[in-house]
Write a protein that binds this ligand. Sequence first.
Ligand SMILES: *Cc1c(COP(=O)(O)O)cnc(C)c1O
Length: 431
Amino acid sequence: MNTEKSIKAFQEAVKHIPGGVNSPVRAFKSVGGDPLFIQSAKGSKITDIDNNEYIDYVASWGPMILGHSHPDVIEALHQTAINGTSFGAPTLMETEMANLICEMIPSIESVRMVNSGTEATMSALRLARGYTQRDLVIKFEGCYHGHGDSFLIKAGSGALTLGTPNSPGVTKGTASDTLTAEYNNLDSVLSLFNEYKEQIAAVILEPVTGNMGVVRPTDEFIQGVRKACTENGTLLIFDEVMTGFRVAKGGAQEVLGIRPDLTTLGKIIGGGLPVGAYGGKKEIMDHLAPNGPVYQAGTLSGNPMAMAAGLTTLKLLNSTPDFYTQLEEKAQFLSAGLQNNLEQLKFPGVINRVGSMFTLFFTKENEVQNFSDVMKCDTELFAKYFRLSLESGIYTAPSQFEAGFVSIAHTKEDLQKTIDASFNALKQLKN
Ligand SMILES: *Cc1c(COP(=O)(O)O)cnc(C)c1O
């Protein structure tokens, strides 16, 4: 594989971009080597500037559930651009978007559009604090909620990959308002409620984690958290920026059968453009300006281009019969194949999958249920596996602590090729 042009491009990029990238995990730091510069992508494939083609499981870190450059999305963007790209005034598409979100995710009765997942979680937390008139928030080790100050405490994703789960620059005051508990450990949550009675505004979590790799909550844990929030007048925030419209049409809350008070969205909702959203009970959302005192605003919020791409994507997800059944079949085929590889080669590892999100953990443990399990993974082995995958034309996230995404554009042939490549990589690693 020749990546000469990417290597040169990276040398240029580092001159005037910190670390050469506009988001840290893109830099391949934890796996070694230089990042690939991307030229184009179509369907399940992504092509770098040296013209190497890969089967893509990064999916722009989640959004591209339809595959890249879906013709309907591209057409919607063309049509929208002709009429002007931003007005700073209401448009019909925003109402249509809100209606569709509320239809697809019934716990959301009212929804505000923002421009990223980070903005969604920051705003939802401010709203929860304003609404409850309390300051504290409980988050979970290894969960990532964007880069807002309150959430960079024991954070997952890039913060974890790069070894900075607690970021410098977050003030002690802010850090002390964030309490952390252990995922899938209800007692760790209940004891915080016990200690900080009546002070906890919100519990926020990834209802299926992706940012420490894929971990599903146990029923006992998630139901217990819901109950504790209700009993303590604390808002339960599901951060569905990754899982929303991904693990089911109605997100993880549909899969788990739990109704959160607030939900944050991003990624898929933008169809590949920068979008986030947060919503929930109307009674809570009405505390936002201009109806209520909690302030939150955005020059480009509800931007026509972003609404066009997002709305086209959501409409397709909502109206294609069997969309999620087909997606499930694809993801099931892939994870069964990967599991079979592990067994055939007697290679230690755990595959966690919920819907079209999956992670292959390089661990000798039998299961991965929380952050401390995740931390037992062999990240050096992962790095070698990553490089072998790349060389055989499979593009996955350059970190052990991430999810892979299957899109509707992945063909059986793509998936089989991936399973075969994985087998060969594991076989090489065994020797
Ligand atoms: C990606 C992600 C975010 C942050 O979204 P950005 O658009 O990157 O700001 C927040 N929460 C979760 C669960 C995510 O996966």
